[in-house]
Design a protein around this ligand. Structure first.
Ligand code: KG4
Ligand code: ZN
Length: 365
């Protein structure tokens, strides 16, 4: 195998159609030669959330254009690509199938090897792409569909220490935005609104802090928010700009405090097993939130651990992370055949039992 590998990555598991080219030469830092993301926010905005069927159709329409642009921007003809990495799950199944079929088509037509990538591994390995951190490290994966603490020991070796038993924080941000009439995705709009708010005016619960482990729960926060909103509306006949900002600030602070404390606990467990490598990384869309990043950085400083948070554009969904995760697998001699299947669920830690909170119909991880 050549010392230099150039990988085309494809991502279509939720509402971003993305393609990227990543190159890595042994002994040097990986390079993102291109990273193209076509968002679908406006297609879903009338519905207050991602509509799976609309998302799948939009991916199928945009994937080839996206791939073409990524190759052009990287100045890489297909003939110079060593492998195609594609998100094969977990995610909205129609979108995942669109990506997998597109990658299989290119692979079948050109003979370029195919690699199915776990979307969560893409997020979890991003700190290696951006900062070349070495295994093992503790990663907090925090996005619209997931929230878990994992020890990353290899491209496909993850041990879960804990995670959410119900909603993910991104989901809670999105629901909060919907309840307060803010735009989607909810994370950035709630964060912006919270900047002008008083986090102490409304007191939100800090769920599961009474339990010693690092499991989390976020579904109660949205119920609390709804009650507080309804109370203000019943009292005053509506919400002022300031009420809305204060609600956002209180809600966000509850998530910040909970993630900070649970990260402290996860770090303690991690350090017992890996005392010589105190590294914490955060990844996933919610890792783009500045107060969350700042709080996690403070926890790491207090515990003497290094902290790594990828640049914002690589926290949310993108294909550079998929190309990179595929590159690590390919470098290790691993690849898939044309029988690669799309998987709606695909836990990173195959040995941990599925996490399931009360009232949930399906496992989160
Ligand atoms: O990782 P991602 O792009 O998609 C997956 O869920 O896999 O994450 C999207 C989630 C959305 O729920 C969005 O509201 C949230 O990340 N998000 C944020 C911020 N930016 C994106 N949440 C809080 N603060 C942000 N600045
Ligand atoms: Zn994601």
């Amino acid at each position: 195998m050549s010392d230099t590998l150039t990988i085309l990555g494809l991502e279509s598991s939720c509402d971003d159609t993305a393609a990227a080219v990543v190159r890595h030469t042994l002994g040097s830092a990986p390079e993102i030669l291109s990273s193209v993301v076509f968002g679908q926010t406006e297609l879903h905005s009338a519905f207050g959330g991602v509509v799976p069927e609309i998302a799948a159709r939009a991916h199928a329409e945009k994937l080839d254009i996206c791939v073409e642009r990524a190759l052009q921007e990287a100045e890489m003809p297909l003939g110079k690509i060593d492998a195609i990495a594609v998100t094969a799950g977990p995610g909205l199944i129609g979108g995942v199938i669109s990506g997998v079929m597109c990658a299989k088509g290119i692979s079948a037509a050109t003979g370029i090897p195919l690699i199915g990538v776990n979307h969560l591994a893409g997020h979890a390995l991003t700190p290696r792409l951006t900062d070349q951190i070495t295994y093992p490290y503790l990663i907090l994966l925090v996005s619209g569909g997931h929230c878990q603490y994992l020890i990353a020991s290899g491209p496909q070796e993850f041990t879960r220490l804990g995670g959410t038993i119900d909603d993910a924080p991104g989901e809670a941000f999105d629901k909060t935005a919907r309840l307060l009439g803010l735009s989607q995705p909810g994370g950035p709009s709630v964060e912006a609104e919270a900047r002008n708010g008083d986090p102490k005016r409304y007191r939100f619960p800090r769920p599961l802090l009474d339990r010693p482990d690092c499991d989390l729960s976020f579904s109660g926060l949205k119920t609390a928010l709804m009650r507080m909103r309804d109370h203000v509306v019943a009292e005053k006949g509506g919400l002022t700009r300031q009420d809305r900002a204060d609600l956002c600030a209180g809600f966000q602070q509850a998530i910040v405090d909970t993630l900070a404390e649970k990260t402290r606990r996860a770090l303690r467990i991690y350090m017992e097993q890996n005392p010589n490598q105190p590294t914490v990384a955060v990844a996933g869309g919610v890792a783009a939130n500045t107060p969350i990043r700042t709080a996690l950085m403070a926890v790491c400083a207090e515990q003497g651990a290094a902290f790594c948070a990828p640049p914002l554009a690589l926290c949310t969904d993108n294909a550079a992370m998929i190309a990179y995760a595929g590159l690590e697998r390919f470098r290790a001699g691993d690849q898939d055949g044309l029988d690669l299947t799309a998987r709606p669920r695909w836990p990173l830690d195959k040995t941990s039992p599925a996490m399931l909170g009360s009232g949930k119909k399906g496992a989160k991880a």
